[in-house]
Structure formats: structure tokens, C-alpha cells
Design a protein around this ligand. Structure first.
Ligand SMILES: C[S@@+](CC[C@H](N)C(=O)[O-])C[C@H]1O[C@@H](n2cnc3c(N)ncnc32)[C@H](O)[C@@H]1O
Length: 209
């Protein structure tokens, strides 16, 4: 499906620059509109991703980085399954401001298209849900995710099916696999926003260093 077609269903997909994306989300968060829309659209990304994640990351004390946490929907799922230590990072300060209090141990405003101000090998796992999509975060972020994840840690993410090849996620993942940096555990097409006929690849990978 072309960006134009999908942009008619989900307006955010029409945006081009990081600045436009940030402004859009800042406004989308007002009066909890983002969360209300996600309920109305039956957005299943956070639930589907955490369901896969919990099959492999058994230690509930694991330190997790939620990249592009938005309003905290992934954090709510992690909490449901008794994970206790997770940090959230997002471009939109307005969304970070409406994340439920005390859900994440730490919230950071970051542009994931730049290098992330976190030490190497800091996290046990990285989650990234809904953030690899049109005009949002590029495949180079996967290298940063690898850098901040410990050896034998996990990276779990969705990639909107419409950008998987067009933005070069297929090539980036292939190269990380070929160089034995990522070991594929599961990778399949998930429902994501099936109500809008928008699906995503969902992957979980083990990091090898
Ligand atoms: C579709 S939302 C997903 C939010 C959350 N993970 C969820 O599943 O509800 C995409 C998120 O990516 C964030 N985002 C977009 N571009 C970004 C960037 N360059 N750096 C960091 N976050 C970004 C947006 O602010 C937004 O919160």
C-alpha cells in the first residue's frame, strides 16, 4: 500500500519531518485523544508485542528501554505482567507528560534518529512498538538499540509493513543477522491496527556481542 493510500487512513503517515511528527503527537495527546483513538481503532501493537516479549524475557526484574513510549501503552502491558523496571523515551514531551505517574522509573525526551545518551550494554531489553513507521524512526536506530542492550539481551519491535522494505529495514536486519549481531527468535506479520487494514511485522531478536 502506498504512503498516500495509507495516509488517508492514518493521517500521521503523511508527515515527513521529525519536527512535523513531534508537533502532531504533541497535539494528539491533548485531552487523551491519542489513547481514545487507539481504543477506537483497536490498536493491538502493545498487547501483541508484550505477549511475545514475555515468552522469552522471563526475569521480571529485567531493565527494559521502551523506545517511543508515547503515552505509556507498552508500559501498562509490561506492568500487567509484573515487569518492574522500565524506562520510556519519546520525542514528544507532551505525550511524556501524560504517561501515568510512577509507571516508568525514568522518562527521557529523545530523538531516536540521533545517538541515544545511554551507556553501552545498559539494558536487558529494548521494546519499540509503533515507532518504526512512516516518517518516524529510521533503521539506524536498530544499531543504537544493539549498542545499549547487553549481550544475550533482547530487542523486540514492530515495523509497519508499508515501510519495511521501502525504508531499508529488511536490509538492515539482514545485515545484523549476517554479522551474527542479531539472532532471530520470532518474526511474523501481526494484526497491529487491523481495523484500519494496517499491519506490522513483529520481531524479537537476541543480541550477540
Ligand atoms: C504510534 S506512536 C506509538 C507509541 C507507543 N509505543 C504505543 O504503542 O502506543 C509512535 C511514537 O513514536 C514517537 N516518535 C516519533 N518519531 C520519533 C523520534 N524520532 N524519536 C523518538 N520518538 C519518536 C512519537 O512521539 C510517538 O509517541
Amino acid at each position: 500500500m502506498s504512503q498516500k493510500d495509507v495516509g488517508n487512513k492514518v493521517p500521521i503517515y503523511k508527515l515527513k519531518t521529525t519536527d512535523e511528527v513531534m508537533k502532531y503527537y504533541d497535539e494528539w495527546g491533548e485531552n487523551n485523544k491519542y489513547d481514545k483513538d487507539m481504543i477506537e481503532w483497536n490498536y493491538t501493537g502493545p498487547k501483541e508485542t508484550v505477549n511475545i516479549f514475555k515468552k522469552y524475557v522471563k526475569n521480571k526484574e529485567s531493565l527494559i528501554f521502551d523506545a517511543g513510549c508515547g503515552t505509556g501503552l507498552v508500559g501498562l502491558e509490561l506492568k500487567k505482567f509484573e515487569y518492574k523496571n522500565f524506562h520510556g523515551a519519546d520525542l514528544s514531551q507532551k505525550l511524556l507528560d501524560i504517561v501515568p505517574k510512577n509507571l516508568y522509573q525514568r522518562l527521557l525526551k529523545v530523538d531516536l534518529n540521533q545517538s541515544i545518551d545511554i551507556k553501552d550494554n545498559f539494558y536487558d531489553a529494548v521494546m519499540c512498538v509503533g515507532t518504526f513507521t512512516f516518517g518516524h524512526v529510521k533503521p539506524s536506530a536498530l544499531e543504537e538499540f544493539v549498542r545499549i542492550t547487553k549481550n544475550n539481551g533482547y530487542i523486540c519491535f514492530t515495523i509497519n509493513e508499508g515501510i519495511y522494505e521501502d525504508y531499508g529495514f529488511d536490509k538492515k536486519i539482514k545485515s545484523l543477522k549476517r554479522n551474527n549481531i542479531l539472532k532471530e527468535i520470532e518474526f511474523f506479520k501481526s494484526d497491529y491496527i487491523a481495523s484500519k487494514d494496517v499491519n506490522a511485522w513483529l520481531g524479537i531478536y537476541k543480541v550477540k556481542k
